[in-house]
Design a protein around this ligand. Structure first.
Ligand code: F6P
Length: 446
C-alpha cells in the first residue's frame, strides 16, 4: 500500500531513559502502520524481562554494576530482537523494538544483527529525550505505578523506586551521535525540538511528520454522520441528496448537543470543525455552525465513498444489475473497489491527512461526515483490525465521543432522538471500552 515497496523490511528501535514515552511512541506508530495495512508489531524488552526474571525487580536490579542482572536483561533484550527478526522473516513489514537501548555498544549490536539478517533492511532509531520533570512525573504516575513491577508497593514507594531506576540508567546513558552512522530521529520534550539525521524514503519520512505531531493532551474527538438524507430513506448509495425532514430535526438536536458540550465562547473558538463537501453533511454542519457561531472547514477528503457506476442505486438494484460485483464486495468488502469508484482501502489512503490533522490538534475536534469515512477514522482511534473496518457500526443520529489517552481510547456513544432531542448513552460501548482498556493494559504490562 501507499507507494511503498512491500518487500522492504523496516525496523524501528527506540532509545531513551525510562518514562520518556518510548512505549507511547511505539504503540502510536504500530497503530498507524496497522491501520495503513502494513503488518506491524511492537516487541517490548520490559515484557520479556518481566516474563523471564519476574516482576519483583526493584531499582537495584537495574544497577549497571549488578553483573548477574545485567546479563539477564541483556539476554531478554536479545530474545526480543530475535522475535522481531522472526516476525519480519515471517511476513511482517514493520517491527518496533521498544527498549531503552541507551549505549552505543547495544545499538551497534542491534544494527549489525538486523543488517546481517536482511538485505537492505531500513532501521530507524527514535530517541526520546525529556528533561521536564513534570512530564516525567506525570508519565510515571500514568503508566508506571500500576505496572506489575510495582504490584507490592504503594504509589509513593513505586514512584521513588522508579526514579531510582532512572538514576541507574543515567549512569551509562549515551545519547545517539552522528558518528554512530545511524538513521535517527531525536525528539525532545514531546516534540518541542526534533532532530532528523539520515532519514530517507517514503515511509520513514512519514514517520518524521507523524512523530512531530505527537502529543498527549487529552481532547475529545466527536464523530457524527450527517442527519438522515433522502437517499438514506430510499436506501440508495452515493448521490448528493439533501437531508430528509428527520435529518433536519437531527441537525437541530445535534446543534443543541454541541452547544451544551461547549458552553463558553473560548472553547467554541478552539474547536476544529471538519465536514465534507456533500450536501447532507454541509447542511447538518451549517445548522451546528450557526448555533455555535463557528465555521466548519469543508474537506473533499471527507466525502463519502465513491460508489462509481452504482451511484444512485439501491443495494437490491446493484445485486440485480451487477451480481458479480455484488458478490465480490460481499466476499471482500475491504478491498473491493466499485468500478470507477473506490474501496475501503482507497478511503484509508484518502483520509490519512485528516488523521495527521486530528493527531496534531490539541483542541476538541468535531467531524460531521459519512458512514464509510467515519468507519475508517473510528478504526484508527479504536485500533480495530483492518478487516473489521467496513462493517463497524456507525449509525445515524449518534455522536461518538472519543478521548484518546496514552495507552487507550475512551469512548462514549450518545444516541440523539431527532424528534424529541432525548439523549441516551449506549452502555455496551462503555463496557467495550472497559474491556479494550483492560486488554491493552495486559499488553503493556504483561
Ligand atoms: O448508505 C449510506 C452510505 O453512506 C452510502 O452513501 C455509502 O455507499 C454506504 O453508506 C457505505 O456503507 P457500505 O460500505 O456498508 O455500503
Amino acid at each position: 500500500m501507499q507507494g511503498c515497496n512491500r518487500s522492504q523490511k523496516i525496523a524501528i528501535c527506540t532509545v531513551g531513559l525510562p518514562a520518556r514515552g518510548k512505549t507511547y511512541i511505539s504503540r502510536k506508530l504500530n497503530r498507524y502502520f496497522n491501520w495503513l495495512g502494513y503488518k506491524s508489531r511492537v516487541f517490548i524488552n520490559g515484557n520479556y524481562r518481566r516474563e523471564i526474571c519476574g516482576t519483583e525487580c526493584n531499582s537495584l536490579f537495574f544497577d549497571p554494576h549488578n553483573e548477574e542482572a545485567q546479563k539477564a536483561r541483556s539476554d531478554c533484550a536479545k530474545m526480543a530482537l530475535q522475535d522481531l527478526i522472526q516476525f519480519l522473516k515471517n511476513g511482517g513489514d514493520v517491527g518496533i523494538l521498544d527498549g531503552t537501548n541507551i549505549t552505543k555498544e547495544r545499538r551497534h549490536q542491534i544494527e549489525n544483527e538486523l543488517k546481517s539478517s536482511f538485505n537492505g533492511i531500513q532501521t530507524l532509531w527514535i530517541e526520546s529525550i525529556c528533561n521536564d520533570s513534570k512530564v516525567i512525573q506525570n508519565n510515571i504516575r500514568l503508566t508506571k505505578i500500576n505496572n506489575p513491577d510495582y504490584c507490592n508497593m504503594n504509589s509513593e514507594q513505586a514512584t521513588i523506586d522508579f526514579l531510582n531506576r532512572i538514576k541507574m540508567y543515567e549512569q551509562i546513558y549515551e545519547t545517539i551521535t552522528d558518528d554512530e552512522n545511524l538513521s535517527y530521529i531525536k525528539t525532545m520534550n514531546v516534540g518541542a525540538d526534533i532532530i532528523v539525521h539520515q532519514v530517507f524514503g517514503f515511509l520513514l519520512s512519514k514517520i518524521v511528520s507523524f512523530i512531530m505531531n505527537l502529543h498527549t493532551y487529552p481532547r475529545p474527538i466527536y464523530l457524527s454522520r450527517h442527519g438522515e438524507s433522502q437517499y438514506n430513506v430510499d436506501d440508495r448509495v452515493g448521490g448528493d441528496s439533501d437531508l430528509s425532514q428527520l435529518g433536519e430535526m437531527y441537525a437541530d438536536k445535534l446543534a443543541d448537543f454541541f452547544y451544551q458540550e461547549f458552553p463558553t465562547k473560548e472553547i467554541k473558538n478552539d474547536i476544529i470543525f471538519l465536514t465534507s463537501t456533500m450536501r447532507r453533511a454541509v447542511h447538518t454542519s451549517d445548522v451546528v455552525a450557526q448555533k455555535l457561531e463557528i465555521q466548519p472547514l469543508q474537506l473533499k477528503t471527507l466525502d463519502e465513498i465513491n460508489v462509481g457506476i452504482c451511484d444512485g442505486m439501491t443495494y437490491t438494484e446493484i445485486a440485480q444489475k451487477f451480481p458479480n460485483d455484488f458478490q465480490e464486495r460481499k466476499i471482500n468488502k475491504l478491498g473491493y473497489r466499485y468500478p470507477r469508484g473506490e474501496s475501503y482501502l482507497d478511503l484509508i489512503s484518502r483520509i490519512e491527512p485528516v488523521i495527521f490533522e486530528i493527531e496534531r490538534s490539541r483542541q476538541p475536534v468535531m467531524i460531521i461526515a459519512h458512514q464509510a469515512i467515519l468507519r475508517c477514522l473510528y478504526a484508527y482511534f479504536h485500533q480495530n483490525e483492518i478487516p473489521e473496518v467496513p462493517t463497524l457500526d456507525i449509525p445515524l443520529h449518534c455522536v461518538i465521543k472519543l478521548t484518546p489517552a496514552a495507552y487507550f481510547c475512551d469512548e462514549k456513544r450518545v444516541l440523539i432522538n431527532p424528534q424529541t432531542g432525548e439523549i441516551s448513552i449506549k452502555e455496551e460501548y462503555v463496557q467495550e471500552f472497559v474491556r479494550s482498556k483492560s486488554k491493552q493494559k495486559s499488553f503493556i504490562d504483561l
